[in-house]
Design a protein around this ligand. Structure first.
Ligand code: ADP
Length: 306
């Protein structure tokens, strides 16, 4: 009996885990359904031609719902013009991801407002709003399917996709080059973890996906993982193409991206503590300058500065 008890317990545990996972997935769908229902009931129409211009006016926000809970954002202000690239920097826990969550209205503000083209985000159909965003995140999400399907996933209008568009996106993201060298080309099946291609190539595929979706607003969470130099250069070129003339928020780790940003917002404890472009912030010689000097210099530069 003893011989079996261990594996049996393991299976029981596994079954438990699966159930918990299923339950939490159901919960996510429930939440989405509730949100969609709310939008339908309140009669919200997709009413925006585009969502480029964004403003945060005196936004207050905290995750906890109790009345006396401490706020994370106490007075967050930001104006973004069409086509601007906003780099968001700050230590862990500063509120960078929270800002992105609020942009897509995964949470509602506790005070103040977020407006797109002057319209309060609470008056915009959530589905419509979210369809204007594309995300290129550190955890590249690929599914078990062909490279072709992975690129076309997520575009608003699947029925309208044509081969030429998919190929164009793939070329712009420097995916085409390596795919053509694979024996099965675009029909190569990716396993769920995408371990049959390199980390860098996975990132390029998600960039191609974003090109194809052609969003109004792009959210980038720059990868910190190291890839080989050649792929790194391709990723940077592909990103630069993707960012061109597009409103974007980049949770930035790379110096090159931050220097090119129209606005850098430096966050700490939920609020913006400094804002400006790289040169202006270096002149201010405040938090950003300190962060830059400690974090973004190469070890050689740091040695020279001593
Ligand atoms: P960053 O992205 O800059 O690391 P976050 O926006 O993730 O910062 O977090 C800001 C603060 O909010 C942290 O104190 C974090 O613990 C808290 N926080 C983040 N997400 C949640 C959540 N879903 N529920 C409760 N607190 C959260």
């Amino acid at each position: 009996v003893n011989q079996f008890s261990q594996p049996v317990r393991q299976i029981a545990n596994l079954a438990n885990t699966i159930q918990v996972t299923i339950a939490s997935c159901e919960r996510v769908f429930e939440i989405l359904d509730e949100e969609e229902m709310e939008d339908i009931e309140s009669g919200l129409e997709p009413q925006l031609q585009s969502v480029h211009k964004i403003s945060f006016d005196h936004v207050q926000f905290g995750y906890e719902d109790t009345p006396d809970a401490e706020l994370l954002m106490t007075d967050f202000n930001l104006t973004v013009e069409e086509g601007e690239m906003i780099a968001v920097v700050g230590p862990t826990g500063a509120g960078k991801s929270t800002l992105i969550n609020l942009l897509e209205r995964f949470y509602d503000v506790k005070g103040g407002s977020i407006r797109y083209e002057g319209v309060d985000v609470r008056d915009i159909d959530r589905h419509e709003l979210r369809s204007r965003f594309s995300m290129v995140l550190q955890d590249t999400w690929l599914f078990n399917g062909t490279i072709w399907d992975n690129i076309s996933y997520g575009s608003h209008d699947q029925s309208n996709l044509n081969e030429a568009d998919i190929l164009a996106a793939s070329k712009a993201a420097h995916v085409d080059d390596f795919v053509r060298r694979l024996p099965d080309g675009y029909n190569t099946i990716l396993n769920e973890e995408g371990t049959n291609i390199s980390q860098g190539q996975r990132q390029l595929i998600t960039i191609a996906r974003a090109f194809l979706a052609d969003p109004d607003i792009l959210i980038l969470d720059e990868a910190t993982s190291s890839v080989d130099t050649r792929t790194e250069i391709l990723i940077q070129k592909a990103m630069a193409n993707l960012l061109q003339n597009r409103t974007s928020f980049v949770v930035a780790h790379r110096l090159s991206t931050i220097r090119d940003a129209d606005k850098i917002i430096v966050m700490n404890h939920g609020d913006v503590i400094e804002t400006g472009n790289h040169d202006a912030l270096m002149d201010q010689d405040g938090f950003y300058a300190e962060l830059y000097n400690s974090q973004f210099q190469t070890p050689e530069e740091q040695l020279k500065a001593v």
